[in-house]
Design a protein around this ligand. Structure first.
Ligand SMILES: [Zn+2]
Length: 284
């Protein structure tokens, strides 16, 4: 398939890794295949050209993160974009070593952090070299926010308000509050409204469509997102994402298409905002 025939939409939040053994238990459908072709089929069914493949903190080494990302990028014909992750609780030397492996890779599109799953705040001083790297490369830092799938996570580390300090300190770095900060959706709206370098994504708000209360949860999520975006007064820093395979691409697209917003704002959310943020249309 030529790149020109791909859909304009972009999914900013998908996962696919052999280092996430829990996937079958948590995915939106128990018989789902965790393969590149299976993911691309879902993306194509919703006219999505590219997806940002977010690496997991469970990966055994920084080098393996890069190797696996490269493998998915190649297998997808360049449609699953490459990211990296780092866990600052492993210490300053480990962070430095991780960063030195990133130096070799030219086409990274984002850094992903997992506060909440791991016990650190986004303003942890051990992350300073990570934010400096993002600044130098001009790539956004995507930060897990809100509820953790793992009950051993500690959600106090994953509140949107905790990102405000670094958003102020690193004005040249763009930050993405993942999952719209759910359940702190209003708090996310404030941090995005106040800081022009902060964005949010719509991923992972729903799960299995056969679960009890799914339709009510969908309507509730759409009401809350519509209100939050109205409070922000601007849809240009809202990004569509799914969190596949935890949520189907069809469900995730439906969250956005059902928002009570002007059609042109929904098109921004579904792809145009991400194309600008991740420089998807930039030559080279
Ligand atoms: Zn995710």
């Amino acid at each position: 398939m030529s790149v020109l025939s791909l859909g304009r939409r972009v999914d900013v939040h998908v996962h696919l890794s052999r280092y996430w053994p829990d996937l079958p238990r948590n995915s939106y459908r128990s018989d789902l295949e965790f393969t590149v072709p299976s993911l691309l089929r879902e993306l194509d069914s919703q006219a999505i050209g590219f997806a940002v493949l977010l690496q997991l903190f469970l990966n055994p080494s920084p080098a393996e993160v890069l190797r696996e990302g490269e493998e998915m990028f190649t297998k997808s014909g360049g449609r699953l974009l490459k990211t990296v992750t780092v866990d600052p609780t492993k210490g300053e030397a480990a962070v430095e070593e991780t960063l030195s492996t990133w130096e070799r890779v030219r086409d990274l599109v984002a850094v992903k952090l997992y506060p909440g799953y791991r016990t650190f705040y986004p303003h942890d001083p051990r992350l300073s070299p990570v934010y400096e790297f993002a600044h130098k490369r001009e790539i956004p830092v995507m930060i897990h926010q809100g509820d953790t799938l793992d009950p051993n996570g500690q959600v106090k580390y994953a509140r949107p308000i905790e990102v405000d300090e670094v958003a102020v300190r690193y004005r040249d770095v763009r930050f993405v509050l993942c999952h719209f900060g759910n359940p702190w959706i209003e708090e996310t709206a404030e941090v995005v409204y106040k800081n022009s370098n902060v964005y949010t994504d719509t991923s992972g708000l729903l799960g299995n469509p056969a679960a009890p209360y799914f339709r009510e949860q969908l309507r509730r999520a759409q009401r809350r997102l519509t209100n939050a975006i109205a409070a922000m007064g601007d849809a240009r820093r809202v990004l569509y994402g799914s969190d596949w395979p935890l949520e189907s691409i069809e469900t995730a697209i439906g969250v956005v298409t059902g928002l009570d917003l002007p059609a042109e704002d929904k098109e921004l959310i579904l792809g145009e905002n991400a194309r600008t943020l991740f420089r998807i249309d930039a030559p080279g």
